[in-house]
Design a protein around this ligand. Structure first.
Ligand SMILES: *Cc1c(COP(=O)(O)O)cnc(C)c1O
Length: 403
């Protein structure tokens, strides 16, 4: 590419990058991106094979570390996150594992938000702990608690923002500064916002993780994940971890997800619009104690959310009066919303965290974290919002709460 062309493409906006970046057209001149379902690649000669294996010549060797379809997904997601590079993984959990195992060693310490995805919590507390990496958990929004938890051997700060299910906001800039003052990395799981709403690297984060299973695919079809950051940091462990340990993304899943990225901005805009409307409607219902959603004036960190995110997101929770009995009657009265743990789908989903995603957490810890028995979480999809409200009406009718 001439420098002229480089300048030209550097000015493209995110919606365009989502559609046009990372394309490597073959000699067939296909318009839509090709899928390369191949595990290995052919060398022209023994000399070429030796050069590629030695890393002296570019080119594919084996799909555990490079595949053209996976590369398109990686380049496209990196462009959207404003990252130099990206390493795709088989799932969101594989992305978490790649970041932790790629960067850390026995004796290192992590400070993590206590409000993280349940399986990530399990990965840290039951698996990484067996390899000598210890984690201290802190309340996401309590900056003093983060500071107090840092030790000389702390190498990594980890969070999700907004949190699941209570939509608390972590201060990305403050936590990046804190991490860097202690020679540690800030790693952010950006699954809930996606780069369409929030780019953590801009606020100083070192790595951004994704479960591509959620909004990036966007239609609940495939598992996938990604680690985005600078080449220097990705080459300092994570890239080699995927190549060597093998949690690699399949070309087919990469293709579904790179096509998903093309409509990400459009989908997120509509997801967020629907969620805002549902959140305001729920907040006015007498059966509802409280709604957790960064787009409401009642959200204590609305200003911080607005600084970091272009929109409030599309996941909300609410406390239903009447505890678990009412919450279960509510859920059982629904006809349209899917009762499932997935989120970030075109289909609206609902969960009762206390008896599902957070049931392994003791009732005392749940209560301390503000996870009540009447709490319900909704991932608002792309159905007509009136149909969603009609269904929630059915839920309220079935819950039979006397207010
Ligand atoms: C779903 C999820 C993950 C795990 O992703 P998988 O693709 O299911 O492995 C990690 N973090 C967050 C915030 C998630 O919602």
């Amino acid at each position: 590419m001439s420098s002229d062309e480089t300048d030209w493409s550097a000015q493209l906006r995110p919606e365009t990058l989502a559609i046009r970046s990372g394309i490597h057209r073959t000699q067939e001149q296909e318009h839509s991106e090709a899928i390369f379902p191949t595990s290995s690649f052919v060398f022209g000669s023994a000399e070429e094979a030796a050069e590629r294996f030695a890393g002296r010549a570019p080119g594919n060797i084996y799909a555990r570390f490079t595949n053209p379809t996976v590369r398109t997904f990686e380049e496209r997601l990196a462009a959207l996150e404003g990252a130099e590079a990206c390493v795709a993984t088989a799932s969101g959990m594989a992305a978490c594992m790649t970041a932790f195992m790629g960067l850390l060693k026995a004796g290192d310490h992590i400070v993590a938000s206590r409000s993280i995805f349940g399986t990530t919590l399990q990965l840290l507390s039951t698996i990484l702990s067996r390899f000598g990496v210890e984690t201290t958990y802190v309340p996401l929004a309590d900056l003093d608690a983060w500071k107090a938890a840092i030790r000389p051997e702390t190498r990594l700060l980890f969070l999700e923002t907004p949190s699941n299910p209570l939509t608390e906001i972590g201060d990305l800039k403050a936590l990046a500064d804190l991490a860097h003052a202690h020679d540690a990395w800030l790693v952010v799981d950006n699954c809930f916002c996606t780069p369409a709403l929030q780019q953590p690297l801009k606020f100083g984060a070192d790595l951004v993780l994704h479960s591509a299973t959620k909004y990036l695919d966007g239609q609940g079809r495939t598992l996938g994940g990604a680690v985005c950051g600078s080449n220097a940091l990705l080459n300092n462990g994570p890239r080699n971890f995927v190549r060597t340990a093998g949690p690699s993304l399949s070309p087919f899943n990469a293709w579904v997800q790179l096509k998903g990225l093309e409509t990400l901005a459009l989908r997120m805009e509509k997801h967020c619009q629907n969620a805002q409307q549902i959140a305001e409607w729920l907040a006015a219902r007498p059966e509802v104690e409280r709604v957790y959603f960064p787009g409401l004036n009642s959200h204590p960190q609305q200003a911080l959310a607005a600084q970091q995110q272009s929109r409030p997101g599309a996941i909300l929770s609410f406390d239903l009066k009447g505890g678990q009995d009412a919450a279960w009657r509510f859920v059982n009265g629904l006809r349209l919303l899917s009762l499932t743990a997935n989120l970030g789908d075109t289909k609206t989903t609902i969960t009762h965290p206390a008896s599902t995603t957070h049931s392994r957490v003791s009732p005392e810890v749940r209560a301390a974290a503000g996870l009540g028995d009447g709490l319900l979480r909704i991932s608002v999809g792309l159905e007509h919002v009136d149909d969603l409200q009609d269904d929630l009406h059915r839920g309220f009718a079935a819950a039979t709460i006397t207010t």
